[in-house]
Design a protein around this ligand. Structure first.
Ligand SMILES: Cc1ncc(C[n+]2csc(CCOP(=O)(O)OP(=O)(O)O)c2C)c(N)n1
Length: 533
């Protein structure tokens, strides 16, 4: 008779799961062995947080939940960050950790944590796997991750239960739905109402956000292009529209050039929130400006704005695309679009450093349009979030609902494993790089080569700028340089340091052509970011 661990592995394999990411402890060894026997590769990483972040990106790109496995106690505690990230950033993730068996003596407290209670508020399913529920629980957990908004299921399996033979039984999974009452609305009626409003609007702006299913990109683009409607996006859906197209206004939600973007929002006489999820917005304009919401599924955390009914996006687009544009718009945000791009022109404020705008231009010239770009969190995220000219859906990845550092490099590993043929570029700060640079070794070991650009400014620059803005004493925001070239080389990855845009472009182009990893360290001046914000 199969064991519980074998039943878990079988249920995962039957659903097409081919990889699990993680970092083991003795308590999950049997499970990992059963995964191996079921043909599921275990991607061994160097921190559970990185494993969870990589797994979720891998899963979302494959159209299935990412799977991460960790041990009990410290391993499960380290998983908090990726679980929080997947919860807020709508990435599908199944987290499996060990746990002490329920029938352990009550005096045994070593590594005993209230894991279910800790994770429950962020998870759709939280369950103990037993020999009676293994297969059903895994199936329920996987299905729940893929219900929109995508999110997390968390299951625990004790080492003792893992080796028990399975028995028949029904799951007792305690699905943790959201409390919001969901209303459905008529998509055709919503489309016609929108058309009527658009016929009166001189400066409409369509705001596309995280809740949109990126597979509808071709339909969405067709409508926006045919009607010549101005469009802005949040960073999490960069690439859903072509950001080099004339109707593209910019990236909203606190990236670089945010003042310009907020002015554009205020100047608009009709804001259309097409799948717009305020989880990405750190200001409150989404509550203060009138927005015509077109939401298909609840936002992160299962929330829906008051009084809004959910509609089918495809049906709305079908109705709108079938109609002629109700009026003509000739780039009402042209001035803003021009100023936005002009911000990239500038000169570095010192010798031996690169102007951030030149980083974008050099890299854009060096990599194919289908390159998957990931960023970490910091000033560089604002730079790339606003100015990286994304052209294809699912080619830009950042943590924006949670905004957690250590995302960029981990996401690049997940992306490269999911799309081995796509070039991948990770843009990270030197602070974030020092959190997980060791995963370069993982990437090499598992055959996931990509280019990492480390923007070196010797500080947590985004926070340093915030300190200056608040007129606080300059205090404890700088660190001594770690030689990131040596760091990369010690992980088996070639590395360069350059402040010359042409040299950067040449090195990146060559690495991508050869399908090799490269770490390009680019010195920048922290204060130069200020001119872009
Ligand atoms: C895990 C985590 N810790 C702390 C923060 C707060 N934080 C946001 S940006 C930032 C600085 C990042 O520095 P670096 O990686 O060097 O990027 P830079 O701002 O210099 O571009 C910090 C500490 C965070 N977002 N995530």
């Amino acid at each position: 008779m199969a064991t519980t661990a074998a039943a878990v592995a079988r249920a995962l394999a039957d659903r097409g799961i081919d990889r699990a990411f993680g970092l083991p402890g003795g308590e999950v060894l049997v499970l990992i062995d059963e995964l191996r026997k079921a043909g599921i590769d275990f991607v061994l990483m160097r921190h559970e947080a990185n494993a969870g972040l990589a797994a979720a990106v891998y899963g979302k790109l494959k159209g299935q939940p990412g799977v991460v496995i960790a041990t009990l106690g410290p391993g499960a505690a380290n998983l908090l960050l990726p679980v929080a990230n997947a919860y807020l950033d709508q990435e599908p993730l199944l987290a499996i950790t060990a746990q002490l068996p329920d029938d352990f003596p009550s005096s045994h407290t070593h590594q005993l944590l209230p894991l279910h209670d800790t994770y429950r508020p962020m998870c759709k399913v939280v369950e103990t796997i037993t020999c009676a529920n293994a297969g059903d629980t895994i199936r329920l957990a996987l299905d729940s991750c893929m219900e929109r908004p995508y999110g997390v299921s968390y299951v625990t399996l004790s080492a003792r239960e893992a080796v028990k033979p399975v028995t028949a039984g029904m799951p007792s999974a305690n699905g943790h739905g959201h409390d919001t009452v969901i209303h459905r609305a008529d998509a055709r009626a919503a489309a016609l109402a929108l058309e009527a409003k658009l016929s009166k609007a001189e400066r409409p702006l369509v705001l596309v956000g995280l809740s949109v299913d990126q597979r509808i990109a071709p339909r969405l683009r067709e409508w926006l292009t045919r009607w010549n409607l101005p469009v802005a996006v949040t960073p999490k859906v960069k690439g859903i529209v072509d950001e080099t197209a004339p109707n593209f206004v910019g990236v909203i939600s606190g990236m670089a050039a945010d003042g310009l973007m907020v002015d554009a929002l205020k100047a608009s006489d009709l804001l259309i929130g097409f799948g717009l999820d305020p989880v990405e917005i750190d200001k409150t304009w989404h509550a203060e400006l009138p927005i015509e919401w077109l939401l298909e599924s609840p936002n992160a955390a299962g929330r829906v704005p008051d009084g809004v009914g959910l509609i089918d996006h495809v049906k709305v687009l079908e109705t709108l695309s079938a109609a002629a544009p109700p009026r003509t718009w000739t780039q009402p945000f042209a001035e803003c679009q021009k100023k936005r791009l002009e911000l990239l022109d500038g000169r570095a404020s010192g010798d031996g450093v690169m102007w951030p705008g030149d980083v974008i231009r050099a890299l854009t010239s060096a990599v194919p349009a289908e390159t998957i770009v990931t960023t970490d969190v910091g000033s560089h995220k604002y730079l790339f979030g606003q100015f990286w000219p994304s052209r294809h859906p699912e080619t830009f990845w950042m943590s924006n609902g949670l905004s957690g550092m250590a995302y960029g490099l981990s996401a690049a590993i997940g992306a490269k494993l999911a799309r081995p043929d796509a070039p991948v570029l990770a843009a990270v700060g030197d602070g974030g790089f020092s959190m997980n640079a060791q995963e370069l070794e993982t990437a090499e070991r598992v055959g996931a080569p990509f280019v990492t650009v480390v923007l070196e400014d010797g500080s947590y620059s985004l926070i340093k700028l915030a300190q200056e803005n608040r007129k606080l004493e300059p205090y404890r925001m700088d660190f001594r340089p770690i030689d990131n070239v040596k760091m990369a080389e010690s992980c088996g990855v070639e590395a360069i340091r350059t402040a010359n845009p042409d040299e950067l472009a040449t090195a990146v182009r060559r690495a991508m052509a050869q399908g090799k990893s490269l770490v390009a360290c680019v010195p920048v001046h922290y204060a130069d970011y200020r001119r872009l914000f």
